[in-house]
Design a protein around this ligand. Structure first.
Ligand code: UN1
Length: 514
């Protein structure tokens, strides 16, 4: 059966897209090669996007600098009004954009639509924020003096995003940056470039209707050495927000830090759910399964480890094997399926290697792990999610494998032993505990509890709302995006002291007469 590709027409995606967009204008080198985007759903080519050259990048930056000078002069609530219209445009195109995300990346249609919903939600959040970019006022120690702080835009913000959330992560950064008065330059993943092109096609109408200049929102598709490296070492970009592997993040942090720029890093996770003997297993089951197999295990918040009290270990194992046996795996565009494909065959290979390594380390596979073949699985990217009994010290358990592998770990004694296991990895993104005992949940949330950026009670590790700050500690990079006061990272703070008297007293009582 042929997948209906009407959504490509609705999103104005042609055979070959240009590499650069500065808002409405598209351009780019014609002879620097191109990315062909193949769908992991059916293995078919969806379209191509040209690769930008260094000259394209330079032209873009000049435009963005002009765009910034215009945009920063617009009152923040007026910038919010543009973001409000972008949010409404996304509402209009939610269906085709969600379908394209599902088709190009391979996540389920529900999750593709959910990802576009995250974009709409962050636009709404940013609109409200555009009237709340508050600073504080302080009392000056000097008579007839006033002291306060204000927040100004930082300038050009580079956004480097990953394939797994090909559009939402851009919106978390770009929409908050936009109300803050910044302009953004987005380098999307080369594994899902068409979803990025589609976002700009959708947004274009708003920019045009409002007669905005070029360079407020920009897109550049290109290679890491040519474009990614150029961005991170470019002093004209005071802030780089990067999502991806810890290896990539270390490189970004080092280069941006070397020029004393700022970075927001959203890197790998190794997220665990703790099931104590007081867990409500009915509540926990969907949280665990969605966390482990949703998005085919390719969220940075995916559940990778399940830390189970020994008294309920066998029961939980049986429950999970039963639940996994009922999983429907197939085209993510068919809403009755739970799990779609991995992003590509390299990811399939990485999953197979991880399972082998786990078995070599002494782990026991209790379910799944096979590569699926036959009707509907022609792309070679479909796998059966795996459950492996393991222990926390195993090298492979310490690593993030971007695939649906769930490691079962056993603990005995108090919840503090489980928390020690949960914290006993290099990463620190998301964590959760299922318990109906408030003493256990409060231990988990205490200063000596979970060391992660996200710690949940009776909710899984994935599927965070946009209203909270998103990000994590240790090898996860320390950055925070999206809600709460994450906006502060996109602005520079200025402290202002104003003397409205006729004397010039110095602070700290210093006398200096001339
Ligand atoms: C990511 O995987 O990079 O919390 C982001 C979640 C989503 C975002 C994940 N809202 O699972």
């Amino acid at each position: 059966e042929k997948t209906s590709l009407d959504f490509l027409k609705q999103l104005n995606i042609g055979d070959v897209s240009q590499a650069v967009c500065t808002g409405q204008e598209w351009y780019g080198s014609q002879d620097n090669g191109q990315y062909d985007s193949y769908s992991p759903v059916d293995g078919k080519k969806i379209g191509s996007v040209r690769k930008a050259s260094k000259a394209d990048y330079e032209k873009l930056i000049t435009t963005a600098e002009h765009g910034f000078d215009h945009w920063r002069r617009l009152p923040a609530p007026k910038r919010g009004e543009i973001v409000r219209q972008i949010g409404n445009k996304l509402r209009e195109y939610k269906d085709p954009l969600g379908k394209l995300v599902a088709y190009e990346m391979g996540k389920s249609l529900q999750e593709g639509l959910g990802e576009v919903q995250e974009m709409i939600d962050i636009c709404d959040f940013a609109v409200g924020l555009s009237r709340q970019l508050h600073g504080l006022t302080m009392h000056s120690e000097r008579p007839n003096h006033r002291m306060y702080e204000q927040w100004h835009p930082v300038g050009l913000v580079g956004i480097i995003s990953a394939f797994n959330f090909p559009v939402a992560v851009w919106s978390w950064n770009s929409m908050i940056a936009a109300v803050c008065g910044d302009v953004s330059i987005w380098k999307p993943s080369e594994k899902a470039p068409l979803s990025a092109v589609a976002c700009f096609n959708v947004m274009q109408e708003v920019l045009k209707e409002n007669q905005l200049p070029e360079g407020i929102f920009s897109l550049i598709v290109g290679d890491v050495p040519e474009i990614g490296e150029t961005m991170i070492s470019d002093r004209r970009l005071p802030l780089i927000s990067a999502t991806g592997s810890t290896r990539m993040g270390k490189r970004v942090g080092e280069v941006v830090g070397g020029r004393l720029g700022r970075s927001i890093l959203e890197l790998g996770g190794n997220n665990a759910i703790i099931l104590t003997e007081n867990a409500d297993l009915k509540l926990a089951a969907p949280g665990i399964v969605f966390g482990a197999v949703g998005t085919c295990g390719q969220r940075c918040t995916s559940t990778r480890r399940l830390i189970i009290h020994e008294s309920i270990y066998d029961k939980v194992k049986d429950m999970l094997v039963k639940a996994y046996s009922g999983l429907k795996i197939g085209s993510p565009l068919d809403e009755s399926n739970h799990v779609g494909p991995l992003i590509d065959t390299d990811a399939v290979k990485a999953m197979q290697d991880a399972i082998q390594a786990a078995e070599k380390n002494g782990g026991t596979k209790v379910f799944g792990g096979d590569v699926l073949e036959g009707d509907g699985y022609e792309s070679g990217c479909y796998v059966m999610p795996a459950i492996i009994e393991a222990s926390n010290e195993m090298e492979i358990v310490q690593e993030e494998t971007f695939a649906p592998i769930l490691y079962l770990l056993k603990y005995s004694g108090s919840v503090n032993n489980a928390i020690a296991l949960q914290n006993g990895v290099k990463q620190g993104l998301s964590s959760s505990v299922f318990t109906t005992d408030m003493r256990e949940s409060e231990q988990f949330l205490a200063a000596w509890g979970s060391d992660c950026g996200i710690a949940n009670v009776n909710i899984g590790t994935s599927g965070a709302e946009i209203g909270g700050a998103f990000g994590g500690e240790k090898d996860t990079g320390g950055g925070r995006e999206s809600g709460s006061d994450s906006w502060k990272a996109y602005m520079r703070r200025q402290t202002n002291t104003i003397n409205f008297g006729s004397e010039l007293p110095l602070a700290q009582g210093i006398k200096f007469d001339i």
